[in-house]
Design a protein around this ligand. Structure first.
Ligand code: MG
Length: 208
């Protein structure tokens, strides 16, 4: 199980996805944090909390840091990344629209499924494709080459704001095609040919 000190996410990093929610791609990367307590592994349930309205999948390419990175340049940034991971930036969409800050909408327990990390060495990142399926039906298909800000730029940019520690996770944004999840669904995010994460969805059980 990954144990990042932080999960740094990028919003609106694909033009077509920004447009589908009525936004433009920002001039600089838009970043936010998900808490490590939101992480779940492959096969565990994504739980829809009571009373939050619509909850969406967001299939994303994740990067796992291998070395401490602070103020690193774009040209050297990928040398600090150890592995790739398929990730799902699960989002309570109605709450995201309601709140200026996204900590609540993005931060519920189980809202960050991640698969098994795969080594990044020798991988052509620009050639990567991320596909999301719900109940085996394709809902999203995006290419890393369509990102507004690519992986190397993102690692460099974030490292100038906060020190990235080994094991820290960066979610690089979702392509167009986001949509809701419901109790009983099974959602799969695959980085084609490299990595995947599959999770069933259920309503969050009542707790005392
Ligand atoms: Mg996202």
């Amino acid at each position: 199980m990954l144990a990042p000190s932080k999960i740094v996410c990028v919003g609106r990093n694909y033009v077509a996805h920004a447009a589908e929610l009525g936004n433009e791609v920002p001039e600089e990367p838009l970043i936010f944090l998900k808490p490590p307590s939101s992480l779940i592994e492959n096969g565990r349930h994504i739980e829809i909390p009571v009373g939050v309205g619509r909850v969406d999948y967001e299939g994303e390419i994740g990067l796992v840091m291998g070395r401490r990175a602070r103020d690193v340049g774009e040209a050297e940034a990928l040398a600090y990344v150890e592995s790739l991971v398929a990730a799902n930036d699960v989002t309570a969409r109605d709450l995201q629209r309601k709140d200026d800050q996204w900590s609540r909408a993005k931060g519920f327990d189980t809202f960050c499924p991640v698969g098994v990390p795969e080594p990044i060495a020798g991988v052509d990142l620009d050639g990567l494709e991320v596909v999301t399926r719900v109940n085996d039906e394709v809902r999203q298909r995006g290419r890393a080459s369509d990102m507004a800000f690519g992986p190397a730029f993102l690692v460099s940019y974030i490292s100038r704001i906060m020190t990235l520690e080994p094991g820290d996770l960066i979610l690089t944004g979702t392509p167009e095609g986001i949509g809701p999840l419901a109790d009983g669904d099974v959602v799969e995010v695959e980085i084609t040919g490299f990595a995947r994460v599959v999770n069933p969805v259920r309503n969050r059980p009542a707790r005392a």
